[in-house]
Design a protein around this ligand. Structure first.
Ligand code: PGA
Length: 255
């Protein structure tokens, strides 16, 4: 399995700034001189919806929505259609980020519908799971993760797609992000990350890529990337500058 570095830009970067970020990727010859092998499968960006047109015909990066609606079209004022993302070339969609769950009250039932919609459209769902500090302190981390996984994959109506994790395992990505580590500068200890990642794989399957997220930066990326069950990173703050994003990638490539 490769190592995927995914950038979650959140509500950051102007259209112009996003365009400059992408410059090195559009000049693929120059970029390849930087010796980034297997680029296509190793880097991913989740831009804001209005930045998405910048990624049209982008061949070197995986990319997709930070959030979207679970229907293709209709009277849903203000929502973004996953089909439109697909039409522009998106291939991976972020689902259930903790900011969506807490700030925008996203419910498990919506999350599971979004997972199914991605599977239907042949888009890879990247599902975020993670515990709050309170939950961690009361030793509930694994229960919380298990419940989040179960409700995302099992509450759908088509048992072939939703209930059968063997069918889904190679087609999904899980991002483990302890809520208390997001944007705080705090990172989970490598042994705790390993424990949770191994637990996730024991539920969803060994073929599923499990990414770690929560204050990943160039300085801590090497140590975290050496954990065998860490298959990549979901990066917020440190993904906003192309240099730090690529330095995390360069630190993390596994042998
Ligand atoms: P952070 O954000 O790297 O700034 O902690 C990660 C995320 O929210 O996905």
């Amino acid at each position: 399995m490769g190592f995927l570095c995914a950038a979650n830009w959140k509500m950051n970067l102007s259209y112009k700034e996003a365009e400059s970020f992408l410059n090195p990727f559009s000049k693929s010859d120059q970029f390849q001189q930087n010796k980034l092998p297997f680029l296509k499968s190793e880097l991913c960006i989740f831009p804001q919806a209005l930045q998405a047109t910048l990624f049209k015909n982008q061949k070197l990066l995986n990319w997709g929505a930070q959030d979207f609606y679970f229907e293709s079209q209709g009277a849903y004022t203000g929502q973004n259609s996953p089909d439109l993302y697909k039409e522009l070339g998106a291939n991976i969609m972020l689902i259930g980020h903790s900011e969506r769950r807490t700030l925008f009250h996203e419910m498990e039932v919506d999350i599971s519908k979004k997972v199914l919609k991605c599977v239907d459209l042949d888009l890879v769902p990247m599902l975020c799971v993670g515990e709050t500090l309170e939950e961690r302190k009361s030793n509930k981390t694994l229960d919380i993760i298990k419940n989040q996984l179960k409700s995302a994959f099992i509450s759908g109506s088509d048992p072939k797609k939703s209930g059968d994790l063997k069918f889904l395992a190679p087609k999904i990505i899980i991002a483990y992000e302890p809520v208390w580590a997001i944007g705080t500068g705090l990172t989970a200890k490598p042994e705790d990350v390993e424990k949770v990642h191994d637990f996730i794989k024991s539920i969803v399957g060994l073929e599923t890529a499990v990414l770690y997220g929560g204050s990943v930066k160039p300085e801590n990326s090497k140590e975290l990337s050496m954990i065998p069950s860490v298959n990549g990173f979901l990066i917020g703050g440190a993904s906003l500058k192309v240099d730090s994003f690529l330095s995390i990638y360069n630190n993390s490539v596994k042998n």
